[in-house]
Write a protein that binds this ligand. Sequence first.
Ligand code: SF4
Length: 364
Amino acid sequence: MTNMPPVHSRSAMGDAARLGEPESPGVVRMSLAAAMTLDFAPGRFYRNACLYCINLLLTYKSGCAGRCAYCGLSPKRTSGKSFIRVSWPACNLEDVVSAIADKRHRVKRVCISMLTNRRALADTVTIARAVRRAADIPVSVLVAPTIVGVRDLLAFRDAGVDKIGVAIDLATPELFDRYRGSGVHGPHRWQRYWDCLGESLEIFGQGMAGSHFMVGMGETEREMSIAMQRVRDMGGFTHLFSFFPEAGSLLSERPAPPLDQYRRIQLARWIIDNDLGRAEQFAYTGSGKIAGYGIADEVVDACLESGEAFRTSGCTGRDGEVACNRPYANWRPGPGIRNYPFAPNETDRRHIRLQLGLRDFARR
Ligand code: SF4
């Protein structure tokens, strides 16, 4: 990236002179939600949602070597400074770490997102160590598999990281190649991402690594279900995102997926990740839409009744609850929330049933 964001501290904004070059590891970017949680930015969340995971992003003047078509950090982007829809203010690492320590009773996890930049390997270790030294809070790393090998994963583990996220994002090798690989002259390869997930599960243990997938990139619901089942069969979990066009990115004109499609995939993920059913037993229409989950109606009904399937899926805290609930990270605050950052209430659950077009969900 050529446009570096302004550097923020809790006491003073735009303190770049004191901080020198605003690059990691001395400086990290933080999601706006995390900045609000740590009192670096003013604001309140819609419906009083609370964030429990501080998402940090490494930052370099040389940017990211990836060229992913949908990403706000891609050098192919023509305008804008957001990433996953929101701005990411740059902050002094020391200030961030001390704010995390101050809020250790509220913060249940910290996540460090790498960039595909060689400097990120050592800096991830430095930042993880700094966080772990300051407070006994679990740390995840959202890794960059193109540059991360087994030795790096071991170094992350030794620095106190306990969970790994691998953003495969696309459900098929063709889509991956089109949007992240040869289609955009990018460096990423489908196989490397899956191998990295396998290595992470091997090193960190079953259930301690997961993959991000993004719905609405042209995959069928069948293809997404099969990809999520593959992750589950490897011992991991899926963290779901709904595609949201990033202004200035190559896909800025692409519409978000219809809500009913996203709801069906959320329910499929819940069923797969909780071993209630399997993707190959689901019923699909000729065009690959989910038409049934191949499990008893009462089980589907119980899932809808609890509403848990429609909450944000992400890394958990020590209490076993999702800590990384990313309030409104891939949708505008307001009606039609895609990932609920809290338990959906009765009205939400009624809307979800309507959004699913429930009558189509008879057992097949
Ligand atoms: S789910 Fe959240 S905490 Fe876990 S790897 Fe993804 S962004 Fe990080």
